[in-house]
Design a protein around this ligand. Sequence first.
Ligand code: AMP
Length: 315
Amino acid sequence: MSPTPIDVVHDRADLRGRVGRWRRRDQRVALVPTMGALHDGHLSLVDLARGAADRVVVSIFVNPTQFGPGEDFERYPRDDAGDIAKLARAGADLVWMPRVTDMYRPDAATTVHVDGLTDGLCGPLRPGHFDGVATVVAKLLIGCAPDVAVFGEKDWQQLQVIRRMAADLDLPVTIIGAPTSREPSGLARSSRNVYLSAGERPAAEALNQVLTDVAGRLTAADIDDTAAVPAAIAAGIARLQALGYQQIQYLQLVDATTLVPLTLPPPAGRPARLLVAAILGTTRLIDNIPVVREELPGYQDRSVRSTAAPSHTIS
Ligand code: AMP
């Protein structure tokens, strides 16, 4: 059966009109912001959104302001026709594809900056990146005015920044974090995985296993063992180097919410997160997993490995 065709809007006024009509019928609206080049990870967010709202809007906008000089804005993969077809099959209701000129006025002078959470990890490595993200997500949320918005745990630091921004700006939206969707090998799905050569794939696919092993060492260590965190991190870095990663930008244990670096293994009840960013060939890979001493509701590793299309069940 061919999927129902899906409407595409470019103008904010058209989007507002559509969302307004749904709202007047008491329908809840979800927004899933993306930069396109959609894969099953993005579609799992659409699936989650369908369970959380009556109508799902997916935005596709490759946001120039979150790319730094020398980053991959120009070569970022784009596939508008393929993306629209995937979203129709996934049961989204509307695709919003704002134009850069409509999104940013030439005389724009406002930036949304989230302090603290952007001080470490990707923050110093990608100057201006999180300002670009926080600003565009604020504009997308204000433009669409959804009841809920869904973002992936794959970008853990980004998710915490967006939660903080939405709370600090009193945006009337519920932010939902979606589990990381993984290939059967454990590799987190990413639009940038198309950059990986066949020769680089084994190292990319081993990244999640390295994280899992480091996390296992950390949860097995005594909570007052001051050598445990540096030793586990050093072992993880050595393995990544042996796998052929040219640069390990960080492999870090942090508090899951505040992102403050942790120097001791986390005690039970202190949700921690292990995050990595590493360069393989010309591809920058990021991933993260929870580090928890005991299972806490909501903090177990929720990432999902599958080749199949995402199911419509939400756990
Ligand atoms: P992007 O198009 O890469 O900006 O991603 C759009 C949204 O999809 C963000 O909220 C990402 O965190 C999320 N996302 C990207 N990859 C995955 C994945 N493998 N699993 C779950 N969410 C993802």
